[in-house]
Design a protein around this ligand. Structure first.
Ligand SMILES: Cc1cc2nc3c(=O)[nH]c(=O)nc-3n(C[C@H](O)[C@H](O)[C@H](O)COP(=O)(O)O)c2cc1C
Length: 218
């Protein structure tokens, strides 16, 4: 019972923490966010902006997203389902399982404002039964990623990227995909909000995102 209460308190702090995290990111990274019309010095090329778009239920993917956004000077957007998932891990597992079995794709929330202004999108998500969360299918189908470079990153208990790169290729028609990053996340039954990632994941997120951006722009 006590664990459940703690989990509930943790998840109810999400909104507050999310706001705090965005403010901290803005303070830390404001000077490095690219303007949409910034011209790369000496090349005469226009440098489109970079975005980190992510979904996270218990914080692992959010923490990686914040590290990546800071490392590459990107804007950040939180993807959300139209209806929030239950607070309980088991209820979320059961609901997602029912949706998978019925081949249902629940609606997603708001779209990325001004996606046209971004050339590169780092896309982060947790792995839910060896796949993308169901509503992410809906979200990705509603956005036009043609001509953009997508860099996927996942967090999971053990499934890595779980074949989601192939799914993204199908859903995001016309996008160019660069090799993704798989990070360790919460284990089975994990139900509390995390507010940091371990040092190794932090370092991998930074170096992967910077290397990806260099590759995309070359
Ligand atoms: C509904 C559900 C299904 C999951 N399925 C898997 C899975 O198939 N493989 C895996 O390694 N982890 C699985 N997990 C664990 C999550 O991928 C992991 O805890 C992730 O880091 C959570 O990210 P978040 O904190 O950003 O929400 C699942 C978690 C949930 C809630």
């Amino acid at each position: 019972m006590r664990d459940e209460e703690n989990a509930e308190t943790d998840l109810s702090r999400r909104h507050h923490l999310r706001q705090w995290a965005h403010l901290a990111l803005a303070a830390a990274g404001a000077a490095t966010v690219l303007s949409p019309l910034e011209v790369l010095a000496g090349t005469g090329r226009v440098s489109p902006r970079t975005l980190v778009a992510y979904y996270s239920r218990t914080g692992h993917t959010r923490q990686a997203a914040l590290v990546i956004a800071r490392a590459v000077g990107a804007d950040i957007f939180e993807i959300e389902p139209a209806t929030p998932y239950p607070r309980s891990y088991q209820e979320t597992v059961d609901l997602n399982h029912r949706q998978q079995r019925a081949n249902e794709f629940p609606p997603s929330g708001r779209l990325i404002p001004n996606l046209a202004g971004y050339g590169t999108v780092f896309l982060g998500y947790p792995i839910w039964p060896v796949d993308l969360p169901r509503f992410l299918y809906t979200f990705l189908r509603r956005q036009n990623f043609a001509g953009k470079t997508l860099a996927p990153f996942s967090t999971s208990a053990m499934s890595g990227l779980a074949g989601t790169e192939a799914t993204l290729r199908r859903l995001c028609v016309g996008a160019r995909l660069v090799p993704g990053l798989a990070l360790p996340g919460g284990g089975r039954g994990h139900n509390t909000l995390v507010t940091s990632i371990d040092a190794a994941s932090n370092q991998r997120s930074e170096s992967w995102s910077r290397a990806s951006l260099t590759r995309m722009r070359s």
